[in-house]
Design a protein around this ligand. Sequence first.
Ligand SMILES: Cc1cc2nc3c(=O)[nH]c(=O)nc-3n(C[C@H](O)[C@H](O)[C@H](O)COP(=O)(O)O)c2cc1C
Ligand code: SF4
Length: 608
Amino acid sequence: MTHVPTVSYDDAGALPVERLDLLLAAHHHDRHQLVQLLREAQELQGWLPRATLAHLARGLGMTQAQVEGVAGFYRFLHMRPMGRYRVLFSDNITDRMLGSEALMGELCELLRVVPGRLRDDGRVSVDKTSCTGLCDQGPALLIDHRHVITRLDGERVARIASLIDAGVPVDEWPAQWFRVVDNVRRADVLLGAPLRKGDAIAAAVGRGPLMLLEEIKRSHLRGRGGAGYVTGRKWELCRQAAGDTRIVVCNADEGEPGTFKDRVLLTRHADLVFEGMTVAALAIGARRGFVYLRGEYRYLLDHLHRVLQHRRDAHLLGLAIQGVDGFDFDIDIHVGAGAYVCGEESALIESLEGRRGTPRIRPPFPVECGYLGQPTTVNNVETYCAAAHVALHGAPWWSSLGTPKSTGTKIHSVSGDCERPGIYEYPYGTRIGRILEDCGALDTQAVQVGGPSGICLSAFEFGRRIAFEDVPTAGAFMVFDRTRDMFDVAHNFAQFFAHESCGFCTPCRVGTALVVKRMDKLVAGRGSRHDIDVLFELDKLMHTATHCGLGGAACNPLRDTIAKFRPAYEQHLKSLYFEPGFDLDAELSIARRMTGRDDPAAHMEGTP
Ligand SMILES: Cc1cc2nc3c(=O)[nH]c(=O)nc-3n(C[C@H](O)[C@H](O)[C@H](O)COP(=O)(O)O)c2cc1C
Ligand code: SF4
């Protein structure tokens, strides 16, 4: 782990201006680097005082309001002190199933902290965050946005509390706590047959850009990030679009709860990812590449920079890519700052440009008008890995794997109620039941495939197959056995969407909050069938009226679980008919206390 140097601040709590000037110079005073500048300034001092924001604004030729507007968008950027230790518990349903909520309660009690609030002495704050992508080794937490701790238990939590109370720097905590294991349980061509560095690039160069593009198209490779758009077609549109330069972006935002396969690809196969991006650059004629790395994976940054430098040294990146005259392609890494919506490709581009991650109105699509208005190809981490293999081994080989409409293999992040959580790669067309058998799942009630935005399958559907033509997926595979309440699962997912809605459009901002409110009412035992009908209505509205895919998918888990696990909802109903959203008798308890009354007439039932 890298040590964060201690620096002294001026009276306003801001970094000395010389430090900020160094940061600004390192980023060429480029306002498109604003998110990176804010993140790096915060890493040096733990939060972003107004004086720091003002200095950055001046250095970038922006107003302070503009800079604050950006800082205010991202959950991992703080405009007020969050403590020397900022602890964030991963709040995915799989973390909860492993006891995360009780562990967080214990830590708060030991540290005398109110969740979400800074302790009075300014030392520590503890809160929840959306899934941190460590579901196979949870419960997990993030500390200071740059360290992850996995496999939490009561003993570990107690030791964390004493280390914080004793003021021990995080770098000096037991190293094994920060160990993230890859848990590769089943490898096929992507995980099991590593390519020699540069081989796919050499093959791509040998074919030439147009034949390479043709090969990618013939392979029928489709995007692995969720929507399943045909990769060759996307690259072709990007190549044909008018622009001064072209951009290749690797979407490593991996924010969908339950998904962690890109984390493993970036850890073990970063060379393959960069090789695939370079193949894409050759095919579309790009000069510039970006990896958009989710903030939760900040701990991978140094490793990724090292791999990139090795590739430059080996002439696999930069000015002198072997065998190609005049081809100059290099890759930067941009670290996100805690916003799930930035995985949506147009929001991601906004963030890359240093702005709030608000999804753009489309068309135009990024392939025509993306990063700084230039044609831009955005693909998932796994898509680039697959493209490198296609460039080397050819389309017939790739399309001999999988099904006719879903060629090749797919990597799954398996978590939840099973003996062997981890990473599993299978050819498309594999049965859900086969994956359950392999991961040691017993007495399974349901599987959530593709994360909360995906599909919830019940036991009678376990014969269905992973494929675009049957069960498509971005990679999450969360298993729930019969002891689980599927209402709790849907409730957790509803909270996730409400938390992550960017607030830009009303149907999503209000709709996701209303869904949570209705579900809270059911949890409080005040629900009726009417509430379930309202949830169905909200689903219909949000499906059609929201600006981006987040709002459109927000009710998917609700719809699936109501349809397939209705008893789980009905056991939370107080009545089959209308029930108000509040309990009038409970509301009267304050008046009873104040008047010292508790006789029958002071209760609703007691009134004539
Ligand atoms: C709210 C939202 C979040 C998304 N998050 C991701 C993500 O984390 N990773 C990803 O590859 N695609 C994500 N996508 C899909 C991207 O917009 C885009 O379709 C994808 O990166 C294209 O790559 P592909 O063609 O290789 O799948 C998300 C979409 C939405 C609507
Ligand atoms: S649907 Fe939700 S996340 Fe998408 S733009 Fe609207 S408010 Fe933002």
